[in-house]
Each structure stands twice: as structure tokens, then as C-alpha cells.
Design a protein around this ligand. Sequence first.
Ligand SMILES: [Zn+2]
Length: 346
Amino acid sequence: MFCHRIRKILLLLAFIFTAPISGFSWGFFGHKVIQQLAIYGLPKDMQVLYHRHMALLVETAVRPDERRNADPKEAPRHFIDLEAFGEHPLENMPHAWDAAAAKYSADTLQKYGVVPWQVIKLKERLTQAFFRKDLDSILYYSADLAHYIQDAHVPLHTSLNHDGHLTGQTGLHSLWESKLPEQNLSAYNLKHRKAQYLKNPEQEIWEVVRASHVLVPQLLAIEKQVSQNFTQDTKYTVTERNGRSRKTYTDAFATAYNQALGTMVEDRMRAAAEQTASFWYTCWVDGGKPKLDRLLATPRTKAESKQLQQEQKAWKKGTLQEKDLLLTKIRISLMNVVEWVSSPFV
Ligand SMILES: [Zn+2]
């Protein structure tokens, strides 16, 4: 058993030193924060289950990004390159998959990304999971559905110029969605509205895509404008990672860019949390509003209720981070690992 433990510790160290800090979308940090915030927007009847499984939901918020390495079909589910569909893509694109595929061909849609249809597909799967009262599926599809909704809130996930590479602004993707939230989260107002029932989820997700896409010219222009106050040396830094050097924006540039963007990033994060909660809630209602407390392995404790109350209070006051109540990657991993290392089996 001792050997097993040593092996586990070595595996853990390997994980810590090789795990990416940010992923393909919202960064791992952003997805996880949004996932946690969404739970606070749910009605109490749903929170009993979602809060009990909060660590799992937060941890698996990035599973679709992790799948991209293994599954070539995964990548297009995270974006839609709207400019590929002509001058007025939002007016011309049919919302329903069949109509859109008839107009542009399924292959073309796959090539330029399918995020809105992926959201609708998973909305159906989660609704069915609620009908079946199938706990594993509820948790699995809640996490996956949330991920794609959150991706659709990132402006650069709706553009052919997804990394600023077509306009000489390469690296803008991870600056906007990873570095800025990581650097500035404590200053963000992330209190969103309670979950709403979505009468027309298809229209809702297309509205999300539209709201993201209209921000693209603005975030590109602001980068150009802020760049005027920087030289190449003060704007970029070169970092070594896995034997490869990468040019990324400096902290000083990120600070100036964030200031110039105003509340753009926090607004999209807040909207993403609210829509995540609303989609979960809508699936639950459409899935027959099953009693979720009956799916708990053990009854809810007073301590759990108190903990949730405390977190919600901090969320409303904007002090989650300050009070160390955010289940970010490091904290969850360490909690899970302590449990894992001390368990008898590998
Ligand atoms: Zn993604």
C-alpha cells in the first residue's frame, strides 16, 4: 500500500507540473468560476443536488476542452466562425440545425463550428436525464451543457479571427478570456439574476451568440488603441513552456487593456453564469421537475445548508474570493488528492 501511495504522490506531482494553467475557452479558471456562480442562481429545490455536487460540477466544467485532445470531432462544438457565412450571418443563418444544414451543408457547419446547436443538443439530453431521474447523467450533461453555453459567451468564439491572428493581434484569445479574469476577478461584480425559465432556448442561445459577436470589433479596436502606448518590448513577453517559446502579452499590457475594456469581461462572465443557471433550470422544468433531494445518497445536513447560505451571502457581497470560497482548480485538486492519496486503492 505504501508503494501505491508513493506512486500516487508522484502522479500528483506530475499533474501539478504539467497541468495547463488555461485551456481553450474562458480558461480553465473562468469556466470553473462561472460553474460555481451558476449554482447560486438556482432555485432551492435544485440547489440541494447541485450544491452537494458542486466540486464535481466545477471540476468537470472543463471536460469538453480536455476531450479536444482525444476526439477530433470535439473542436467545432466550442465555437462558430460567423464571418464564414457572408455579410449578415446572424440574419441569414437559420436557427434550426436541419434548416441551416440544408442551406450551408452539414460539412460547412462542422467546419466553421456548431456551438449553438451543441447547446440545444445537450439541453435535450439533460432534460431526458431529469425525466429518467438518472443522477450520473444529470451531473454529466449539466457540466457539458454549461461548458458550451459559457463558450458561446466569449466574443472570440464567434469569429474567424478567433485569436486576433488575422489582424496582427495573435494571443488576444487567451488574454481576453484567461489572463484578464485571472488577473482581475476580485474586482468583478459577479452577482447575476436568478435562473429564468427559457421559453425558447434556441432563440436564447442565438441571442447569446449575437451579443458575443457584436463585441468582436470593439475588443480588437481597443487592443490596437492600447498598443499605441506600448513598445514591442513592453507589450509582449516570451515564455518557455514544454521546450517551446511563446509570445504572450505582458501583465502591464493586460492591466491597461482591461482598464480600456471597462466591464466587458465581467459582463460576459456574469451573463454566462446566469444563462448556465437558466438552462439547467429549464431542463429541470421540462424534465418534469423531479424531486432532486431524493437523488441524494445521504440526507442534506444542517452544515451543508449553512455553508450554502454563507457562500450565497459572499456571492451577493462580491467577497467569494476574499473569503476563500471559490473552488478554483488548485483548491479542488488538492482536496481531491488528499482524499485520493489516503484511499487504499490506486
Ligand atoms: Zn470550450
